[in-house]
Design a protein around this ligand. Structure first.
Ligand SMILES: [Zn+2]
Length: 153
């Protein structure tokens, strides 16, 4: 996987994503905008097939090939996330480094922002002789029987 250049500021909104396309000299076609709008609206990791279905359900005029080509271009440009899974690729709106928790019951991937304690990073660096500049963690697990109250006040 290509790591986006560290000197780029993270994309924090749909507007940032559209601006990044223009900075990279990428034309913001109607179809490209549809895809970015959908990913920022859903904030999930979706397959190309699912993205195609959702856009067509919304009455957006976009072909199958166009969905695939635009997803390729956007992920190659570091504007969207591409997750490689055994059953295919999934695309998400967050393109900078972040961690995932993978639910093995539902196959859902939830984005997380995790900061490891500096002591731990230093320990890994001294053990390996590698200076850490970036990291992504994948957690795996099963649904907790006690329902998480995500979003509850
Ligand atoms: Zn993600």
């Amino acid at each position: 996987m290509k790591i986006p250049e560290a000197n780029l500021t993270p994309i924090k909104s749909l507007d940032d994503a559209l601006a990044r396309c223009q900075e990279q000299g990428m034309r913001v076609s109607r179809q490209r905008r549809y895809i970015l709008e959908l990913l920022w609206e859903k904030k999930e990791h979706l397959s190309a097939r699912k993205i195609y279905d959702l856009l067509n359900q919304q009455g957006k005029d976009i072909g199958h090939t166009s969905v695939y080509q635009n997803l390729d271009a956007l992920s190659a440009g570091g504007i969207i996330e591409c997750v490689e899974r055994s059953d295919g690729r999934l695309y998400g709106n967050i393109s900078d480094s972040h961690s995932h928790i993978n639910c093995l019951d539902t196959n859902q991937i939830i984005d997380l922002r995790i900061e490891l304690p500096p002591e731990l990073l230093q320990k890994i660096e001294s053990e390996t002789g590698v200076r850490i500049t970036d990291y992504r963690i994948d957690f795996f697990g099963y649904q907790n029987s006690v329902k998480a109250d995500r979003g509850a006040k």
